[in-house]
Design a protein around this ligand. Structure first.
Ligand SMILES: Nc1ncnc2c1ncn2[C@@H]1O[C@H](COP(=O)(O)OP(=O)(O)OP(=O)(O)O)[C@@H](O)[C@H]1O
Length: 319
């Protein structure tokens, strides 16, 4: 539960209404209506330039909206900035650390600003992320700087984590560790709002995903429903040539192309029928490409009657 100014609790951690930011004539984000429940992990997805960073900067009052408003932990991002500061963990998309100090010096500074952060919590997070705290931050790789950014965002166990492209620069093992940190945060009742342009990673931890395109909210869906619709591209190499007709009629299979012993197709939903059909032949290799955000999105909207307006309703109800 989120404690509001008047001492009441709320199960809404984040709320935006008609949140809009134009940079001159250029749309950053327009008409965003979104609700994130306390304890929920929301993936905020979209291709480059979709408006993710603009939205996050509005939530933190680094930008002022052209119109509309946001409520964060029941508070006003502008009026209650100081109160929110201690209750939020923020990872910016572009990290810029000042000075030439070591990571532990910088993190001690952050811990001091936030009040009583036990140092063991900082070292615990650094250990999880395999971050050497004795290194000067300005000498670190992008990935290690990202880890410093993550430690400062998580260190005070904030009620709300707002993370802009958190896995950027992390290697696959560290990405998994980060996702485990998000799961732990969720289990502890924290709310997580994380932007990404990679559906596959968000799908592993998020309860819902909100998809933005061209500065507008295009869809809000529960992760399970997107998963079922996920289109994969599959390529199977057989020992001998196969016949396309054998695969074309399978449920969910499309775009079948056979070149001798190599079959390429798209799979909408379960892989099982294709795998069982393929197993009638000798299989040399099977390659399955991660569902692409754009493909999943298009597949979802070709297959349902949802509209962008409907998505706004879904955002509000969490349906
Ligand atoms: N300071 C700015 N001045 C003018 N236009 C801007 C500014 N910041 C962002 N924009 C524009 O607003 C739109 C949304 O940008 P934003 O950075 O919010 O997208 P994003 O989804 O975070 O993209 P990325 O993943 O590339 O960071 C883009 O068209 C971008 O060019």
């Amino acid at each position: 539960m989120t404690q509001t100014m008047d001492g009441m609790t709320s199960d809404i951690a984040l709320h935006t209404e008609d949140l809009t930011k134009f940079y001159g004539q250029r749309r950053g984000i327009e008409g965003l209506g979104l609700e994130v429940r306390t304890g929920e992990v929301l993936g905020f997805l979209g291709p480059n330039g979709a408006g993710k960073t603009t939205t996050i900067r509005l939530l933190l009052d680094f930008l002022r909206p052209t119109r509309g408003h946001a409520t964060v932990l029941g508070l006003d991002p502008r009026r209650d900035k100081a109160t929110l500061h201690g209750r939020l963990g923020y990872l910016p998309g572009e990290l810029a650390f000042p000075g030439r100090g070591r990571a532990d010096e910088l993190l001690r500074f952050f811990a001091g600003v936030r009040g009583d952060v036990p140092w063991s919590r900082v070292t615990g997070l650094a250990d999880r992320l395999e971050l050497d705290l004795t290194r000067p931050v300005h000498t670190m790789s992008k990935g290690n700087k990202q880890k410093v950014g993550l430690v400062q965002a998580f260190m005070h166990e904030p009620a709300l984590l707002v993370l802009d492209e958190p896995t950027s620069g992390l290697d696959p093992l560290m990405q998994q560790e980060f996702l485990a940190m998000v799961r732990d945060a969720r289990a502890a009742g924290q709310t997580v709002f994380m932007s990404s342009h990679v559906l596959a990673e968000v799908q592993q931890v998020a309860d819902r995903v909100a998809i933005v395109r061209d500065g507008r909210l295009a869809a809000v869906e529960r992760v399970e429903s997107l998963g079922k619709r996920a289109i994969r591209t599959v390529e199977i190499h057989f020992a001998d040539p196969v016949d396309a007709a054998e695969f074309e009629a399978l449920p969910g299979i499309g775009d079948v192309v056979v070149a001798g012993p190599v079959l390429r197709c798209s799979v909408d939903g379960r892989l099982d029928p294709l795998v069982k059909a393929a197993a009638r032949h000798e299989v040399i290799d099977l390659l399955s490409a991660e569902p692409d955000l754009e493909e999943t999105f298009l597949s979802f909207y070709y297959h349902t009657e949802h509209t962008a307006e409907g998505a706004g309703d879904a955002a509000r109800t969490g349906a």
